[in-house]
Each structure stands twice: as C-alpha cells, then as structure tokens.
Design a protein around this ligand. Structure first.
Ligand code: IMP
Length: 208
C-alpha cells in the first residue's frame, strides 16, 4: 500500500519527553518539518490503554492531532523477551515503576532488569535469552488518516548489567553481531542500529 506523503510544514511530536522530542526533531529537520511538542502546546497526556505498541502509538498520535489540528507523530517502544512470551513488551516502563515503600514513586531500571532476569532464571540455566527492542511510530492526520511503521533490533540478554551509557534496559541488551551491551556502545553507533532508527528509516522512505 502506498503511504500518504508528509508535506513540509508544522508537525506536533506527541510526547512529553524532551529527550525523545529533540531526537525526533533532529531526524525530521532535513525533510523541511518544523516541529513543536505536545508538552510545549500544553496538550494533556492520554492514557496508554492499548495492548500493542501500535495501539499505544496511535492513541498518542490521535490525541496530538486532535489537540493541535496539526499532523502528529508519536512513538511507543519496549523490550520483548522471547522466553517470556514477549514480556515486558508494552509494559516495559511499568516494570520499572517503584512503589512508595521501595523509595519511589519513580522508575528503577535496575529493579526492572532484575525482574526480567529473575523470570528468566526461573526457567533454568539453559533458557533462551533472545530478546528484541521494538519501536512503533504512528503518524495521524487531522482528517483521521494514519500510518504506522514498526522497527526492531534483535539481540540477547546478559547478566549482570554492564555499561553506563544509554538508558532503561540498555545495560543488559547485547545486539546481534556485537559483544558489548547497548550501554557500552557509543550512543551514535547505538542510534544507527536501534529499533528507533529502523522505524524511522521506514517512515522516511515511505512519507518523504
Ligand atoms: P515509551 O516508548 O516511552 O513508552 O518507553 C518504553 C520503555 O522501553 C522505556 O521507558 C525504556 O525503558 C524502554 N526502552 C525503549 N527503548 C529503549 C532503548 O533504546 N534502550 C533501553 N530501554 C529502552
């Protein structure tokens, strides 16, 4: 199916995460897009009630276009572990949610990585440690049209965590063809091979 073209102009990034907004704005600038974020426009953050990355990305993109009248771009991402039937998946960030008595509220990535490792350990020493990061991008137009692009990077999980670069589950993820974790790989190199890069390459090829 042929994708709808994205005409140069103003686009809203349906995210309240300044790091994500900056990264996406840089990727879109060469294509004549002027970017504004949902945070800057004061748009409310919708509840992510979907059960797939695509559903959640579409919820965010549709809320962005509804609140701004502009074309909106949103992403949703996470870690999927084969032996855990794709978990934590869309609940990747939730697995890091620290409860009040654990020093939270807030996100504790070490705890989240430990939870994944604990569930793998329950399956014995020979369990399959394959995993992938997934990133889904959704574009929504004010007239109701939408486009979805899915990217991924495959690898395996290592333990204990290694490296101080990156964020989230990077210290336990070793991409295929590499021996270092995402948290030990130079960020520019990670950005070139990541699930987000894969999804963006597909979006750019389709809509520009
Ligand atoms: P969301 O897409 O903002 O909902 O984030 C999903 C969660 O997936 C993040 O909070 C991270 O923990 C995790 N995640 C997504 N991409 C990466 C990555 O490149 N490295 C490590 N963790 C990631």
């Amino acid at each position: 199916m042929v994708s709808r073209r994205l005409e140069p102009g103003k686009l809203v990034i349906a995210s309240h995460n300044p790091g994500k907004v900056r990264e996406i704005a840089d990727l879109l600038k060469p294509h004549g897009m002027e970017v504004v974020s949902a945070g800057e426009l004061g748009l409310p953050e919708p509840e992510e009630t979907g059960t797939t990355f695509a559903e959640n990305a579409l919820i965010k993109a549709r809320a962005g276009t509804k609140g701004s009248g502009l074309v909106a771009l949103a992403d949703d991402s996470g870690l999927c572990v084969d032996a855990l039937e794709g978990a934590p998946g869309v609940y990747t960030a939730d697995w890091a949610e620290a409860r009040a008595h654990e020093g939270g509220p807030g996100r504790d990535w070490y705890m989240a990585m430990g939870k994944v490792e604990g569930k793998l350990a329950e399956q014995g020493p020979d369990t399959d440690r394959s995993a992938h990061f997934a990133c889904t991008l959704a574009l929504a137009w004010p007239d109701g049209h939408s486009e979805v692009f899915e990217g991924r990077v495959a690898g395996h999980l290592t333990w204990p965590p290694r490296g101080t670069l990156g964020f989230g589950y990077d210290p336990v993820f070793v991409p295929n063809g590499h021996s270092r974790t995402f948290a030990e790989i130079d960020p520019d190199k990670k950005h070139a091979i990541s699930h987000r890069a894969d999804a963006f390459a597909k979006l750019i090829a389709a809509v520009f």
